[in-house]
Design a protein around this ligand. Sequence first.
Ligand code: SF4
Length: 402
Amino acid sequence: MKEPKRPLGLYIHIPFCKSKCVYCDFYSLANREDAVKRYVKALKAHLGETAPLAEHHRVDTVYFGGGTPSLLGHRYLLDILDDIRGKYHLEKGAEITLEANPESAQSWRELRKLRKGGFNRLSLGVQSADDATLKAIGRIHTFAQAEAAVTAARKAGFRNLSLDLIYGLPGQTMDSWRSTLERCAALQPEHLSCYGLKVEEGTPLWKRQKEFSLPDDDLQADMYLWMVERLEELGYHQYEISNFAREGFASRHNTKYWALSEYAGFGPGAHSDFGETRYAYGRDLDGYITGVLDGTLQVEQSEHLPLRERDTEYIMLSLRMVSGINRHTFEYTYRRRFAPLEEVFLRYEAMGCAERTEQGWRLTPKGFLLSNTIITDLWEAICRDKLRREEAAARGDYRILP
Ligand code: SF4
């Protein structure tokens, strides 16, 4: 009998931006349009090189992220997508996402070419509905352009539209965040990703943080809790800490990251989890192009991680999801005892941070705000349990301890 093909997501990194936003920690470069042609050539060569490894996979999601993929224009984008189609088993009905910024998604004719060429999901970086805030963080579009981009996308035939927003921005108050969320929800996207601003080391925001008046942690937490409730009222179901969707529109690609499914990334800084190995390419555009084209491309990090050794990852990632951790999966797939986790969850349940599900436990919105602490506590409980069992085994006591 023929073995069924395994699902695989492809991530295509497009590391070009018109200019850099002050908070940005993604690998992307401004004013490097000169490299686009060679970059596309390198991407296609890299896709070709990897394709034989994916012979027994069916590609069910493709995600063009960045950077600003929409900057490339339909010719290059469709050229890459056609290349994927020619080299991989691209499933009919695969989710194919394009990230776009409002200023480069104004033409419905351009968007229609992309839609007709196979892209079926558009993720727009809107970030805020307040033009002064957008300017302060280095965005080069207005909210009116974001609204125009949504209109253009609908006219072009996109039926799966996601908006990216950030809360906790400089100068943002609860009222201005409320206004952003309401105005964005009024655009009726199928999906919303709402992230709390993080001041990442080395970014212009980090270097000049004193110049920006940033909401404190308490206000950011209030913004988050209000948002979760409000989006639920508006019919957007939370399925991950920062992601909300109408029924049937959760991002299939991003869910792969949290469900420990396989994905292969292409481009400088792109990460992969493919063939039981996690690996990433260096954040160096020219090094990537040269490396691919002359056959010397090296991965920067690589770690072989068989399924059984992914228990920590499973705890961390499953608890990002509203579906939560599954007791059976933890015990049978990862061969770990669940009892030590149960004790920690009970403690957090009493604080309103965790709740039982039919299959295990999940974090509540209040728990999501404390997820790092909770995950550390869970992991310490697992380590203590392991140590106890090893010590018992060393004494020759192999009973299953409570
Ligand atoms: S548009 Fe996105 S990738 Fe480009 S600089 Fe801004 S945040 Fe970074």
